[in-house]
Design a protein around this ligand. Sequence first.
Ligand code: ADP
Ligand code: MG
Length: 538
Amino acid sequence: MAEAPVLEDTERTTGRVALRKNIAAAMALSGAVRSTLGPKGLDKLLLDDEGRTLVTNDGVTVLETARVEHPVARMLIDASSAQDRAARDGTTSAVVIAAELLRNAWHLVLQGVHPSTIVRGYRIAEIEAMTHLESIAFEGNEDDLVTAVRSSLAGKASRGVQTRLADLAMEAARCVERTVDGTHEVDPTRVSKIIAVGRPATDSEIVEGLVLQKRRAHPEMIRLVENDTIALLDGALERRNMRGDVTFQATSPDVLEALRRREISRLLEDVEAVAAAGVKVLAVSGAIDDEAHRRLLDLEIQAFRRVPSNDLDLLALATGATVLHHVDALRAEACGTVLESRSHLIGDLHHWTVRGEGTAATLIARGSGDEIAEETSRCFDDALGVAAHLRKDRRLLVGGGASHVHLARHLRRVAEATPGREQLAIEAFADALEVIPRALAENAGLDPIDALLDVTAAQAEADDGGARIGLHLDKREPTDLGEAGVLEPLSVIKPTVSGATEAACAVLRIDDVLWARLEAQIPDDIQAQLDAMGGQDD
Ligand code: ADP
Ligand code: MG
């Protein structure tokens, strides 16, 4: 049959061949990040076009940086990014579980189970999984929450830095906690960060309020203002330049001088307007001309120039002021209140610390060099994301594969009670979840099969159901990981399982792939694994 002309430049694969290739892509992708999973996971060195390097063991960073063109691989990367947005953690787990769900689905397809039956079975398993995870979760106390934040940094910084950042993240989350219209809100965007090089990362700290790397517009300006009025201007205090294509013919030097005086007096009028509104602290995004800051100095107004617009927004949140675009709009209602506005030195750099009624906090990320301080700041971001979630939902699960093994055991019982071929899919789903403890063991240099068998047996023998028993990667034996301090938010684990299911089911539903250009490369080792799995192109 002739292909429609529109498909002339495309390569087309359908049915089983398409599925097989798509699953190969998913596995190749998961293979790229699986070795980073867990505290013993290895780092990846990423190199970009311009030769810049980044060492990371964060799954989503690896995937988002890699230039992957395969559409199915992109679906998994999107699942990982969605996980990052939703929970700030669990990005590697989401991809690894999704790929494993697909690999197990392929085995079923080879046995003659239709992909849509598998999708139905996976959906049943997912719903069961959500309920079961909730049933084994527990409310954490304050210490547990800090422990869970620290677990989320596993493999990321040194032990000392992890502990420090976990404490700081919880402190910052507390600082920006508030109740809006009856709902409890923790907004991580209210936490800003500055980098200060020169001291170890463990000396990083949280300051309540907003700290900006800024000096006063004039060194003689007042240093400390307390309980007074602030105005924010997204504009400048400078002489207005003539704009447009105007030709100006001055007939005498006096005309020019008069013009200059007029400009200055207009500028000073603006300054007087600021003072008349009772403003004692002023931040502007543009410049402040000499004449203006001299007058500001006389009026005892503390002023800061060239404050970036996004910092003005943060100042607005912290002080309740509105960002104005012109002095003419300045009214008392547009002003905010500072409890404290202090200009001071951190190290040998000038900083401006502002505390207002609004919630805000600033991390001072330290490190002996730029790279370390930047890395401290990146790790803090992740920790803060997790901390913010935990202040809203304190439910925790035990990590290190303990919850995954428990869930897999539960699902196998569910499978037994499910009629039809969906039963096979639910079993395949249970097997797929065990990829987490297997990969954790593998990355720690343990035998994954023995490790999994040991944990499963230890859980089955435990009187309480064994949901806390997982593999201790140092002791190398099944242990109560809750006591060992490996805790994870329920709000991280749940979306890894549901996101992975969604991505896997979306791939299973594809049975026709039209390639506009060349097919993406499948690495040789993955191709070899696939060939070993059987089911050659028919
Ligand atoms: P992800 O991107 O999925 O968060 P990570 O590399 O952060 O990947 O690894 C998270 C996994 O490591 C989780 O399953 C977590 O329970 C596990 N984990 C963290 N700390 C430990 C530990 N000390 N012992 C065993 N497992 C741990
Ligand atoms: Mg993690």
